[in-house]
Unconditional design. Structure first.
Length: 136
């Protein structure tokens, strides 16, 4: 997936490791990068959640690694789509997003039928991550 860069070249979407406060590694963060001018931009679908995560870590975090694909649905979907090939294609991403949404809805039906309110709330927040985001 590509996006036009201010320099006139194109930025392409890749999963990068982001190091925060030189101690915390957040792996598989979807970022658009331009190979021409080096500018980069976090994928819009995860922007709000990654800033929240960094705020929660605080100014002096303990050293650790956070696999972002397990925290955020979009990072998980892009990781699944990327495993099918070297670069991220919009069709693979859309298919992975659709499959994951269906999977979450199936689980939600099960959670609902067994009356597990905590599980339902967890699934709803994961579905909301997908709904709030858009591919751009
Ligand atoms: Zn550029």
């Amino acid at each position: 997936m590509n996006k036009r860069c201010e320099c006139g070249d194109t930025k392409s979407l890749a999963l990068r490791t982001v190091i925060f406060a030189r101690k915390v590694s957040i792996t598989r963060v979807p970022v658009y990068c331009c190979s021409q001018c080096g500018s980069h931009e976090v994928f819009s679908g995860v922007k709000g959640d990654i800033s929240r995560l960094i705020r929660e870590l605080g100014a002096k975090p303990a050293p650790r690694t956070i696999p972002f694909d397990q925290v955020h649905e979009w990072a998980g979907i892009l990781t699944a789509a990327a495993s099918e090939g070297d670069s991220l294609h919009k069709t693979a991403v859309e298919r992975a997003a659709e499959e994951r949404t269906n999977e979450l809805l199936d689980l939600w039906l099960i959670a609902s039928s067994v009356g597990d309110e905590n599980w339902k709330a967890e699934l709803q927040s994961r579905l909301a991550q997908l709904n709030a985001a858009y591919i751009s």
